[in-house]
Every structure is written in structure tokens, then in C-alpha cells.
Design a protein around this ligand. Sequence first.
Ligand code: GLC
Ligand code: CA
Length: 542
Amino acid sequence: MNDQLWYKDAIIYECPVKSFRDSNGDGIGDFKGLIEKLDYLEQLGITAIWILPFFPSPLRDDGYDIKDYYTVNPIYGDIEDFRHFVAEAHRRNIKVIIELVINHSSDQHPWFQRAIKAPRDSDERNYYVWSDDPEKYKEVRIIFQDFEKSNWTWHEEAGQYYWHRFFHHQPDLNFDHPPVQEEIFRILDFWAAFGVDGFRLDAIPYLFERENSSGENLLETHDFLKKLRAYIDKNHKGVMLLAEANMWPEDSAAYFGEGDECHMNFHFPVMPRLYMGLKKMDRSPIIEILNQTPQIPENCQWATFLRNHDELTLEMVTLEDRHYMWDQYAADQRARINLGIRLRLARLMDNDRRKIELMNVLLFSLPGTPVLYYGDEIGMGDDLTQEDRNGVRTPMQWNDQINGGFSEADTSLLYLPTVPDPEYHFSKINVRKQIDDTDSLFHWTKNLIALRKQLNVLGRGDLQFIEVANKSILVFSRSYKSEKILILINLSDQQLDLRLDVTILGTNKIKELFNAHVYPIDEDKVLNLELGAWDYKWLVSG
Ligand code: GLC
Ligand code: CA
């Protein structure tokens, strides 16, 4: 198989360095701790790790506010630890994806500090986007609605307003200024030289601003991405670009270009519709959105997920659906944030193992490469008393010892407390316990990953929906070369009977992959079976 396309068959595990394991007892996870735990990730079976921003930062947006792009925040270790981490991951055949946060920097970045002191219209000032008029670009929406009133903030010393799509302490870099683009290529070179396998492009639709536009998905932004990709192909062949573009399918697919922009791209709209389908016990939201999703170039791949890391974002649903989702999944008002929900999978699924499994099976069956969020493989909970999205960034729960095995520090020193809720407390939910129990969610997830790794059809195959009478049952096939798989999903809480024509699998015997059950098929190639509440099946000819 062409290794350049590794991302098509990958299973990505998203992990904040600070949350995984603290090696030196200061209460903060670090690279040495992460290295200690790579064996665990290897055991789980994931093939790529995506680590969240680890650069020097005032940490007012979990590190997405960078003040130095060229080193490691000392609280996580040093650059040699990073180098060692990449080598240790690679030794286990785990690819490394890091963040390229280029839409904005921290206001503490020297570029910004220099810009505010530099004369208007100077090279230094122009690293960022300035205006005397806060009405400029007034069509542009505000993303962090719970926190910001405008995309412009007045800067006293500079005597001008500066532009920011996110928090006011994250000024947007000015991509119309050529030196800014050059800086980005330099940053890319720097990290690619460590052998990094991929970059997640944070908040990529917002690079440029133009009058009378939404300021999103502009042609100029796509042109820059084509340039970036050409640069990668020329200088860092095989390094993967993963776009974070929270957009409708059509606009989102544009980030693949003609196969000459990003290799991967998160599929935002499908995610909330998996939750809607489940709650409504109706497959139609899922089918509709996938039917609206354009074909993508051969060398490209969607990344799919059950939350955009720390948030179940509801940007890509109608107003009505957003309220439906809030009512159904975030009855506790504290769980609502901006245009989304800040809860973990287990809590969204009422800690019901059948529903947790079903959502994961959907994630692993639909087109795209699945991205798992750390801790979801053991069903971790969250903490709504924490601010912003911190309640889903709590320490990984390794065992029932002090601080859940995350750190030997005094508990008061932890970067965030462990989840206090008794139902999700580390004494109850932890890796050690689940490794020892072969029926645990950990082992189930591990098995799911192992199965998927044998089925290239799931990473590469096409998708065909198969119409069945009951709207709670979702049936589809995936095919790739001679490989075929039929996927059955019962979105309802009822046991349902199903009669299904399975000619497509072309044999007399059909095997279910999760339990190895073999079904006999009658002469008409009809399969009769029962699907339990929230049941799922992966069928292949066998
Ligand atoms: C992206 C990230 C989010 C971050 C924001 C600003 O949307 O997903 O976590 O807060 O960018 O950097
Ligand atoms: Ca530490």
C-alpha cells in the first residue's frame, strides 16, 4: 500500500500533552509522561497521535494562543523531549500530528508587541490586521459569542483597532502581508525537520479578510493553501495537512481543492447529525448530510469525530436543530457554550454502554478516518464547574491511586482537578481496571480498532445506503476493490426485526465481525435477523 496515503487507513488519537501523564510531579502532564504512556496507546492500537498545542503560551485559550512558535513550553519539557517523543512514537509505528495555529497568535507574541509600537502601515505593524473603524468587515460573524462582542478590539498604545476572529487576546495575523506568509513556511520547516507526519491547520477558513464578505473561505485563503501544499510537496513530501474548517459540506470539501490543498479535512456537519439520528431514532439526518457531501479527490480523506475535540459544536446545524440538540443533550444550562455543548461522549450517552458503542461504530463505519478524543475509550466524564471547555480537559484516569495515577503531585497542584462526579471518578473509571476486565469499554474499543485495521474498505471504500422500511434502521454498504461490508445500525431503543437482501455480499454464508456469528442465507439471498436496542452489525461474506 502506498504509504503516502497512510492517513486514509489511520486511527487518530487526540491528546493534550498536559492531560495525559505528569512525569515530574509538578501537576502538569508533559512529554516525558506522554512517552511513558505510548505503550498504552500502542496496546489500544491507534496509528496516529494528534497532540494539542504545546508551545509557549499564556494559556488563555488552552495553548491556541501561541507566543513562540519555535519551541516547547517549558511546563511540558524541552525540544529534546519532543524529539524523543517523535522517535518513540515512530518506533511504535505511531504517526505524529501537531498543530499549526496560523490564523492568530497570542497578543504576547513578540510580533504583536512589536506591531503595537511600530508606526502605522509599517512592516512590523502590518503583521496584524488594523483599522481606525470598528465597522469595517461588519458582515463577519462572531465565533466566541459567549465571550466577545466584536471582532475588533481597541489598542490604546497602537491607537487603532486590531482584528480577531476568536478571543480578543488572539489577534489575527495578516496574510496579505508577505512576510507573514514567509514566517509560516519557516515554522513548517522547523517542525517538519523533527519528522512530524502531519499538521492540523487550526481555524483555517479565516486567514484573509475582505470587505462585503463573510471573511470565510475566501479565494485568497484557498490560494494560500495551494501554495502551502505545493511547498509541502516540494520540501516535505508525505507530510499531511488536516484542515479545521467548520463549514457546510460544499464549502468544507473546497479545502481539498483538486487534491492540491489539504489532504484531510474534518467533516463537521455529519457529527451533530449522528447525535440527532440517535435521539430521534431516525436515520434521515445522517443520510441527508452524507448525500449532500460531494465526492472528494482520490488522494483526500475526511476526518470524522464525535466532538470537535473539546466541544460538540453546533455551528453546522439549523437554528431549530441547535435548540433541539441543546434541549436533548444539554438540559443543564452549564453544558452550553458558544454554539455548542461541552460534555464528553459518555455523559452525552447517559453513560449507557450500548449507545457509546453505537456512536463509535457509526464513527468507524462511515467514510473517513476516525479521530478519538483521549479518555473516551474508557468512558471518562467531565466537570461542568470548570470554565470554558476545561471540564473536558481533565487529567487522564490511569488507576485508582492518588490523582488517578496521572500525577504524584499534591492534589492541589494539578493543572485541573480530576473529575469529581462519583459516577465518573477515577476510583470507578480508570485504565488499570478496564485493562483487567476483558468486558470493559477499553477492550471493546481496542477490538473495534483492531477490526477496522483489517478492513481497508472502511478507510477507502465508497458508500451506498440501502433502503429498509423502518426509519430507525440505518443500512449501508462500503466497497473497495473486491472488499465489501454491510453495516446495520439500530438507532432505536426497541428490538427490531429486519429482512434484508444481501445479494451484494455474494455468498451463502455471512459472518458478523463483532461476535463472529455466522448467518445462513436462504435461496433468495435474504437475511432475517433481530437487532436489539442500539444494536449494530458488521457483515461480510464468510
Ligand atoms: C479552533 C480550536 C479551538 C480554539 C480556536 C481558536 O476553533 O478548535 O479550540 O479555541 O480554534 O484557536
Ligand atoms: Ca510535569
